[in-house]
Ligand binder design. Structure first.
Ligand code: ATP
Ligand code: MG
Ligand code: FE
Length: 340
């Protein structure tokens, strides 16, 4: 049974060996955060080159940690969409090469579906059918999920993703990269009502999001309209904390409201939430409160499976059950049509 899963969609190079019942036999993640920190964001060319250096050692480490040999593997799975083209190519080419050299079937994984599958890995109960929300660095999307592989896109961000907004706000306040954890830490010390930032589309009867206006509102609160130069910004810790807390409250208000609306509208009674921003403590607690208030159940991805990892590639097991294999002509799909 053991399968090898490979993840290289953005700036984490990861591999895992997954056994029966989705047990993690071994895994390895090489993060590139240090490489991208100086640019305050992921630089695609830098990411691709770093994946190239790391992919084979990472795969080798995961296989050794699992105590298996390539002979034991029954399939090789790789995320082929969505993501940065250069990053995806490295994982896909590695997977195809190993599949050919070791004579193993190949499975293609949708990275966003995998982010949601991290929730199923957290519980013994079947979580489907449910509403699924991916909140990550590149996506903020809502789905109606009938199974791990049968998802209907309900809506998503029309501009920035929630995680991207966290990263941009962190950059404006010189809090480092990735910004989510730093903004969240400071937010816990601030006043969520210090600034009244916009909650775009919060009451609209659709499932799209917009975070670019919020990002601009935070910028105006820091440097004023028309100003771009953050280098002279010298805010006290308290002022930064208030900005972070008010920003985080605005993002979370919208995310929670849209999830609750979707659960209500589709009557599924269940919500799952995955992606890097799902690691946010304030979002987690507000989702739990909304679930209690409205009487639905919520499963949020475990903390270590929120940001990119290869363990959530266990969704490949579902594809194998369906006999859904990829050919050696598998190509990357960096962008998705309507959220897929
Ligand atoms: P995608 O999955 O859309 O391709 P990605 O893989 O780059 O994007 P993830 O690894 O899922 O994104 O998540 C990274 C994002 O999560 C970053 O934007 C980061 O700031 C954000 N993030 C991580 N931890 C937290 C947190 N505690 N609070 C808020 N945001 C967070
Ligand atoms: Mg990352
Ligand atoms: Fe991701």
């Amino acid at each position: 049974m053991p399968i090898l899963t490979i993840e290289s969609t953005c700036d984490e190079t990861a591999a895992a060996v997954i056994g029966d019942d989705a047990a993690v036999l071994g895994q390895c993640i090489a993060t590139q955060e240090k490489l991208h920190e100086q640019f305050r964001g992921v630089v695609p060319e830098v990411a691709a080159r770093a994946h190239l250096e790391r992919i084979l050692p990472v795969i080798d480490t995961a296989i050794r940690a699992a105590g298996v040999t390539p002979d034991d593997l029954t399939a090789i799975a790789v995320a082929d969409r969505p993501g940065l083209a250069g990053s995806l190519l490295v994982g896909v080419v590695a997977a195809k090469t190993l599949a050919m050299a070791w004579n193993k079937p190949l499975v293609a994984i949708n990275h966003l579906h995998a982010h949601l599958y991290a929730c199923q890995l957290a519980t013994d109960q079947v979580v489907y059918p449910c509403i699924g929300m991916v909140v990550s660095g590149g996506h903020t999307s809502l789905y109606r999920c009938d199974s791990p592989l049968d998802l209907e896109y309900l809506g998503g961000t029309i501009d920035d993703a929630a995680g991207e907004a966290f990263d941009k706000v962190a950059a404006m306040l010189s809090l480092g990269f990735p910004g989510g954890p730093a903004v969240s830490r400071l937010a816990a010390k601030g006043d969520r009502e210090a600034h009244s930032f916009p909650r775009s589309m919060i009451r609209d009867d659709h499932f799209n999001f917009s975070f670019s206006g919020l990002k601009t509102a935070v910028r105006y609160a820091i440097v004023g309209p028309g100003q771009q130069d953050f280098s002279k910004v010298d805010l006290a810790e308290d002022a930064k904390a208030d900005l972070c807390a008010s920003f985080e409250a605005a993002v979370v208000d919208v995310l929670v409201a849209k999830c609750a609306r979707a659960v209500r509208k589709f009557g599924v009674g269940r919500l799952i939430v995955g992606g890097g921003v799902a690691a946010n403590g304030y979002l987690r607690s507000r989702l739990e409160s909304a679930a209690q208030r409205d009487g639905f159940s919520v499963v949020i991805a475990p903390m270590d499976l929120c940001t990119d990892n290869a363990v959530m590639g266990a969704i490949a097991i579902e594809k194998i059950k369906r006999g859904d294999f990829a050919g050696l002509d598998l190509d990357i799909t960096p962008g998705l049509q309507r959220g897929f």
